[in-house]
Design a protein around this ligand. Sequence first.
Ligand SMILES: Nc1nc2c(ncn2[C@@H]2O[C@H](COP(=O)(O)OP(=O)(O)OP(=O)(O)O)[C@@H](O)[C@H]2O)c(=O)[nH]1
Ligand SMILES: [Mg+2]
Length: 206
Amino acid sequence: MKEHLLKILVIGDGNVGKSSFVHRYVNGQFNRTYKMTVGVDFSVKMLHWSDKEKVRVQLWDIAGQERFISMTRIYYKGAVGCVVMFDVTDSSSFLKCHQWKQDLDNKAMLPKGSSIPCILLANKSDLSHWAVPADRIEMFCKANGFFTRMATSVKDNKNIDEAMRSLVKEILSIQSSLDPPLPKTEDSVDPEQDSQLSNGAGQSCC
Ligand SMILES: Nc1nc2c(ncn2[C@@H]2O[C@H](COP(=O)(O)OP(=O)(O)OP(=O)(O)O)[C@@H](O)[C@H]2O)c(=O)[nH]1
Ligand SMILES: [Mg+2]
């Protein structure tokens, strides 16, 4: 069984729902009261990704309040994926995503220098008074190098697992394209070629 350890950052302005997102994803719970993150919080979730692979998702929930910004960027190093989140009812948190993404691209990159895969999450989609139109979110996502975007509601448990699964899938696909191929020996067997050995590995199971 192969185990992947993925350091994933969760960034965005204060009060957008980052800690709530992590808490929902890891513990399946939602809390209405706001408790500001100071510095960074860590959480881990283990995924049984396939018959042959486990993924240890290590989430770094970074404080979004302005006063912590100078100290939190040091935590970006070694990250292989990122969630950038804003609150759909707060247009300034959406505008700030540009800065969050630029900062990320300056401070964290993949071994060959390309930017780390990043998903844009429009959170609090359960609230009716959206301040950012969906077409603007889509344009921003394409123009700023996010591989995709999703509307989430931590409160209603909407698209939480889906967003993380999509990010993990993207990270693993990038990592496998960066890995040097193993040298083939005379008697090595390619499971893709051998239908008797093929067991559907690669499909997500959770
Ligand atoms: N209606 C609604 N409220 C949410 C949602 N997600 C989070 N909240 C609320 O938003 C507030 C802020 O959530 P947090 O998760 O603490 O925000 P944060 O982004 O971690 O903030 P910082 O730690 O300061 O960076 C809390 O009161 C949550 O209950 C959501 O999807 N819908
Ligand atoms: Mg927080």
